[in-house]
Design a protein. Structure first.
Length: 255
């Protein structure tokens, strides 16, 4: 029969689990945490970390229950410091487990508790976008960008969301902002080029797309968009060459 851990054993086991998680040894972290739970089944920190580890092992459905238990345990213990992190992890697990509406609600609670946390705002934006609630998602990404103003990836995602929301002008501004933060962002240049084509701003589109291809010659969408821009400019031979290269890189573009 397994001996119940005392406080000293538990402290050492949890420290080992934290170190294993930090160094990417998630299997060891999971073993240590499950051993801890046999002696301390309602420990909020152990339950929280187990959920995070299971997420890291790509087992989101399994992560949901320990994270919900962590939330209850944190509430019962008066651990206000743990509520937003647990809700963030729980909402991420719910989203990845296909529980979209619940994920958006959970992450909304997390954002209300920690309005200054950019990561929570990004996760909430992704959950809302999954539900096609694009204007709300854009607001969440915009808030995240304000909290992490140097993060080009967030601004790029804002641009994508604004496209889905039907706000092309806002999307163009977002893509230009992302490129200003990261001039090597080939996908932002590619999407910006496509939007500029739709506005008949062909010179600007060609410049953006040529830079995207220089940065990533294998980006099929950039070649496809450049083909459209060349067609609009009346350069048929260059348009055909660009379109052919796009299909070589991504045959699905031929359909």
């Amino acid at each position: 029969m397994n001996r119940r851990m005392d406080a000293g054993d538990a402290e050492r086991a949890f420290a080992e689990a934290v170190a294993a998680h930090r160094h990417g040894n998630l299997a060891l972290a999971e073993r240590r945490l499950r051993a801890l739970l046999r002696s301390f089944p309602d420990h909020p920190d152990v339950l929280h970390l187990l959920g995070v580890v299971l997420l890291g092992r790509d087992r989101p459905a399994e992560a949901v229950e320990p994270l919900r238990s962590a939330l209850r345990a944190a509430e019962n213990a008066g651990r206000a410091d743990l509520l937003a992190p647990v809700l963030n992890a729980l909402g991420s697990a719910e989203r990845r487990a296909g529980q979209g509406p619940q994920a958006a609600e959970t992450l909304g609670r997390a954002a209300a508790l920690a309005p200054g946390d950019a990561d929570i705002r990004v996760n909430l934006g992704n959950a809302l976008a999954d539900l096609r609630r694009f204007p709300e998602a854009a607001e969440s990404f915009r808030a995240a960008s304000g909290l992490a103003p140097g993060d080009a990836a967030i601004v790029f995602t804002l641009g994508e969301t604004l496209v889905h929301a039907g706000d092309d002008e806002g999307a163009i501004a977002a893509y230009r902002a992302a490129i200003a933060l990261d001039p090597t962002h080939a996908k932002a240049l590619t999407t910006l080029g496509g939007l500029l084509i739709s506005r008949a701003e062909f010179a600007g589109a060609r410049a953006a797309l040529q830079k995207a291809i220089a940065l990533d010659p294998d980006l099929a969408e950039a070649h496809a968009n450049l083909g459209m821009a060349r067609t609009a400019a009346g350069d048929a031979d260059a348009a055909v060459a660009a379109s052919r290269r796009a299909v070589e890189l991504k045959p699905a573009l031929a359909s």
